[in-house]
Design a binder for this molecule. Structure first.
Ligand SMILES: [Zn+2]
Length: 131
């Protein structure tokens, strides 16, 4: 992985703009701005399906890891009652908790796969005065 791609994913993991690294790409926990308020790169175009799929994948992988770890650590007497009721609760909470991370990571994946894409509109500078 190139250092540019690593930097893009590191910024996304910190819930910052993958392109410029600035904060403020989320309006609230469940919604991103359409464009980065600093660099103007598009954050919304066509990424909701992929981001939701990534969110579900992350949540399910974490659920399997937590449940497997709990069973392994407590073997031969796993807490089956806790697993029976805790797993469905975790299945609901995990996708909600990882929603912004999956959105930011999917923008980073898109940016890493299409590095030639330029911001749709510049937020600052000379170009912002032309629109
Ligand atoms: Zn930005």
């Amino acid at each position: 992985m190139s250092s540019r791609r690593g930097r893009i994913f590191f910024r996304a993991l910190r819930l910052r703009c993958p392109h410029c690294g600035e904060r403020g790409v989320f309006r609230h926990w469940f919604a991103m701005h359409d464009h980065c308020t600093h660099c103007g790169i598009s954050l919304a175009s066509g990424n909701s399906v992929g981001a939701n799929l990534l969110n579900l994948l992350l949540a399910e992988l974490i659920l399997v890891a937590v449940l497997t770890g709990l069973v392994v650590l407590t073997w031969p007497e796993p807490p089956w009652d806790l697993l029976q009721f805790g797993a469905p609760v975790l299945m609901v909470i995990a996708p909600l908790a990882f929603f912004p991370l999956s959105r930011a990571l999917f923008v980073a994946i898109d940016l890493a796969m299409h590095p030639q894409a330029l911001p749709d509109r510049p937020a600052h500078g000379i170009g912002s005065q032309l629109t």
